[in-house]
Design a protein around this ligand. Structure first.
Ligand SMILES: [Zn+2]
Length: 144
């Protein structure tokens, strides 16, 4: 199966988004490195917006991951403090995999604790604790 990353149309769209944003992450200001073109209106829900440059936003890998996580939590009504076996078990199988992959990435990004904390209205050390606990819980659930 060809992924969307491999199509000419996608690569053209991605290139146009990065060029317009001067190869700079719109969230943290990182220039160059591992940059992604994020779909503001989701790829799956808005097929007509897939190749609209206006619907693109340049993000570094970490910021893309974070935005993806927040959107993902919101879509399923999940909160970082409420990630539990039950909550994960209720997710469709495909989303369980996405969730785990994204969460795995997220746990390694210590410098995002303050943003996670701000998002959930808790301090840095509480955010760190929540991410750590949730990661451990997820690892036990998914890889045990
Ligand atoms: Zn960034």
């Amino acid at each position: 199966m060809a992924t969307r990353q491999m199509t000419k149309e996608y690569m053209k769209w991605r290139g146009a988004v990065l060029l317009r944003d001067n190869y700079t992450c719109s969230q943290c200001g990182q220039v160059g490195g591992s940059l992604h073109a994020h779909h503001i209106k989701e790829w799956a829900k808005y097929p007509e917006e897939r190749y609209n440059v206006e619907n693109g936003q340049t993000l570094c890998k970490e910021c893309h991951c974070r935005i993806g996580m927040v959107n993902f939590w919101n879509n399923f009504g999940l909160d970082i403090a409420e990630i539990s076996k039950d909550a994960i078990e209720r997710l469709p199988e495909r989303n369980k995999v996405v969730f785990t992959k994204r969460f795995g990435l997220m746990g390694e990004k210590k410098h995002y604790y303050h943003e996670i904390g701000a998002y959930f209205g808790v301090n840095n050390s509480r955010a760190r604790q929540l991410v750590w606990q949730s990661c451990q819980r997820l690892k036990r659930l998914m890889y045990a």
